[in-house]
Design a protein around this ligand. Structure first.
Ligand SMILES: *[C@@H]1O[C@H](CO)[C@@H](O)[C@H](O)[C@H]1NC(C)=O
Ligand SMILES: *[C@@H]1O[C@H](CO)[C@@H](O)[C@H](O)[C@H]1NC(C)=O
Length: 740
């Protein structure tokens, strides 16, 4: 380092002005720390807001030129253009053109984030470019005119081509560059600067160079793999260019790298700090309770869609009904397109009392996209403040979810929901080149709640809140790309139009239901397809189908009833399970004939036949076996201590039907099992009379009259038993022989 630069550093530190330094001296009364950053943006997009916020965070002077002006510079995402930027910048810079000590920087408006204060940017400039007056950022692509590539000066290391989205230099030189030639609004700005840079005389006279190793500027296009987030000792997020081992401070999501910039932007610009967490999260926060005390809560259109087979809708609607939000501030828009869901939907509608209801049950007239577009229109027609979109698989178990989302006060925000104990969620951390899911480095930490905050995300579904200010812009979004499904189309629309989609995990909002395999169960004609969901949605399955007192059985020290010697009785399945199991069996209907010959058995012979249907006949064997292993085996281990057999085995699992006119009882017998369970599936004295089991050796009879309760007893040798006659109605029990 030259002594001169050291002097500059000292000067900055002590806020003294003017140091005589040959190469990089502030002159004309400029302070060493003077840096003006210019940007040109005609629209106040989310991207521009992000840039402005980053400038505020670091106290950098940012001048936004061109706001409100009509943009004629073409869509530079797809084609050359942007000449208008040069014209607007030239006009904005004109007042500063003679200040030879003033450093100015230009950055693109919609896809740039600043990550340092002016002092640091100026230091970087002096330290790295002491012989230059103008520095452009660099990139690996020669654009827009590839044929110019060979004309570029060689670089020893780093990127060779100019990118005009970021540059910096002294005001007079920059102004000079902007006025070399006339430029049309639709001309290409990058080509304009490139031609000047490739002109040897101008490059030399103006002391122009490129920041080839990202010492200040990082263009991300083609370099995404090189740049990662790193945290310094204070927790501040830095961009680390691992290829050059530099820490650029102005980051540009040029070309196809917008998504990666969005990812980096979740940290950079003092957005998220590894010590203190989310910095930006509460900057917009509204006090919703104050709103509700003082006056009326915002008017919300709650738009619910069931447009594919989704399990556990009863539970879904129970959460909706429990939302802590006044019904007279909610308009309901509900579209159901699933036959299997009609009953649950009708029950919900019948019990609801919203300000208005727009309800469509099964429609072949309109498509899913049109139904979703309709929600936007409906919301706008009701003059709503927010559209709250909810899919039937988004279980919003936190009743505060709507108020919490409103309090975040963002144009588009979604609660992060995931499938319990899985990494599947309602948002994507990154996007594949073809527009599908890709995993970001931080995805797992966000889903698991190790990183908490608000995350700009390329895709979100399930549930989201769009505010009035953005809603009209979203018209047509579900139709935008008909090759994708409606939600992907909406998200692509948002991305293409620079509308940020934030997902939030600062609160627990609820869960996602696994619905992908559910359609198969519905297709198979199940009456109660959720019964089959023990693998996919275990928590919900347990809550719905296990006996509410089951868990207490396993509590240490809890006594399990023993009505006969070594015969125990405990609560296992819920009432709902019992009813649905009977329903499925009767729906299937192929009860055995009660004869000894039984072709369902390997030997073709049953010694003690009953009228029954095997679990495997209704395709429930795998599920029932798993239930036995997960919920019965622990009870067995508790009462028959020291016997372990894991996983359980069973090849006789069936539901028996007793009725006087068919088969009322079963003669004394041993079971082909180490131990057996018998679950009572219906109600004594209501559904049937009689019944019960008598253990011969002990002359001990169990009424077996508690719904969903299961007997568990040794199958052989000591526990010969008989089924006592059912004298009226029909009695059903679910029998399983474990560990034969
Ligand atoms: C409903 O389903 C039918 C056929 O399955 C389909 O043609 C229609 O587009 C769907 N409508 C909605 C609103 O999802
Ligand atoms: C069996 O028990 C019943 C009633 O509990 C009783 O009436 C009967 O005499 C007993 N039988 C024998 C053989 O002990």
């Amino acid at each position: 380092m030259k002594p001169c630069n050291l002097l500059v550093l000292v000067t900055i530190a002590s806020s003294l002005a003017l140091v005589a330094c040959e190469l990089a001296k502030p002159t004309d009364g400029e302070k060493a720390e003077d840096l003006l950053i210019f940007t040109v943006g005609t629209d106040e997009t989310d991207g521009l807001k992000r840039l402005k916020r980053s400038a505020e965070q670091f106290n950098v002077k940012l001048i936004v030129a061109g706001l409100g002006e009509k943009w004629n510079g073409g869509d530079t995402r797809y084609e050359a253009g942007g000449g208008q930027k040069i014209r607007i910048l030239r006009d904005a810079l004109e007042p500063y053109k003679d200040r030879s000590g003033l450093l100015v920087m230009f950055v693109d408006a919609y896809d740039v984030i600043l990550n340092a204060d002016a002092k640091e940017m100026i230091e970087r400039f002096h330290e790295n470019f002491e012989n230059n007056r103008v520095v452009f950022s660099s990139e690996g692509f020669c654009w827009p005119d590839k044929t110019l590539a060979a004309k570029y000066p060689l670089v020893k290391f780093g990127k060779r081509y100019l990118n005009s989205g970021l540059f910096m230099g002294y005001a007079p030189e920059i102004y000079k560059i902007l006025t070399v030639r006339k430029i049309q609004d639709s001309d290409d700005d990058q080509l304009y600067y490139t031609q000047i840079y490739l002109d040897d005389k101008m490059r030399t006279d103006l002391k122009m160079t490129l920041d080839s190793m990202a010492r200040i500027f990082q263009n991300l296009n083609g370099a995404e793999e090189d740049v990662e987030v790193e945290f310094d000792d204070s927790g501040k997020a830095l961009a680390h260019n691992v290829a050059y081992n530099t820490h650029p401070v102005v980051i540009h999501g040029n070309g196809a790298s917008k998504r990666y910039l969005d990812y980096l932007g979740n940290y950079l610009g003092n957005n998220w700090n590894s010590k203190t967490g989310c910095v930006a999260c509460n900057e917009h926060k509204l006090n919703v309770d104050a709103l509700s005390n003082g006056g009326q809560l915002p008017l919300v259109t709650l738009a619910i869609f069931i447009s594919r087979p989704i399990p556990f809708l009863t539970e879904f609607f129970a959460h909706i009904a429990r939302l802590d939000y006044p019904a007279d501030r909610l308009h309901l828009y509900l579209h159901n397109n699933e036959t299997h869901a009609e009953k649950e939907v009708n029950e919900f509608i019948a019990a609801s009392a919203y300000e208005s209801t727009n309800f469509v049950q099964r429609s072949s007239e309109i498509t899913d996209r049109q139904a979703k577009e309709g929600a936007i229109d409906y919301c706008i027609a009701q003059n709503c403040d927010y559209l709250f979109y909810v899919d039937g698989d988004a279980h919003l178990s936190n009743p505060n979810v709507l108020k919490l989302l409103i309090s975040l006060n963002r144009p588009f925000v979604a609660p992060i929901l995931s499938i319990p104990a899985k990494l599947f969620s309602n948002f994507w951390g990154a996007l594949s080149p073809t527009g599908f899911y890709a995993r970001s480095d931080d995805y797992v930490q966000i889903v698991q709640g190790e990183r908490v905050g608000q995350w700009n995300s390329p895709f979100v579904g399930g549930a989201y809140l769009i505010s009035k200010e953005n809603l009209a812009q979203f018209r047509g979004a579900y139709m935008y790309n008909t090759l994708f499904d409606a939600d992907m189309s909406l998200c692509q629309f948002a991305r293409d139009n620079g509308l940020f989609m934030l997902v939030d995990n600062q609160n627990y909002y609820g869960n996602l239901v696994a619905a992908d395999d559910f359609g198969d169960e519905v297709q198979r004609g199940r009456l109660y397809p959720e019964m089959w969901e023990i693998f996919e949605n275990r928590q919900l399955w347990e809550a719905r189908y296990l006996h509410p007192e089951y868990k207490q059985v396993l509590v240490e020290g809890a006594e399990i009833e023993q009505p006969c010697p070594d015969v125990y009785d405990f609560p296992l399945m819920s009432e709902r399970f019992c009813a649905e199991m009977i329903g499925e069996m009767e729906h299937f209907g192929k009860w055995s004939n009660g004869k000894n010959s039984d072709e369902r058995l390997a030997g073709g012979y049953e010694n003690v036949p009953t009228r029954d249907i095997h679990m495997n006949q209704i395709g429930f064997e795998r599920q029932w076996l798993y239930m036995l292993d997960e919920f019965v085996r622990p009870v067995q281990e508790k009462i028959f201590v020291g016997y372990f057999h894991s996983p359980v085995e069973a090849n006789m699992m069936f539901v028996v039907r007793y009725k006087p006119e068919e088969q009322a009882s079963l003669r004394p017998h041993h079971d082909a099992s180490t131990y057996s369970i018998d679950v009572s599936l219906n109600r004594k004295d209501i559904d049937y009379e009689g019944g019960g089991v008598r253990f011969i050796r002990y002359n001990c009879t169990l009424p077996c009259d508690k719904l969903g309760w299961s007997m568990i007893f040794p199958g052989r040798l000591t526990h010969m038993h008989e089924g006592l006659p059912t004298t009226r109605g029909t009695r059903y029990i679910a029998v399983s022989f474990l560990n034969p």
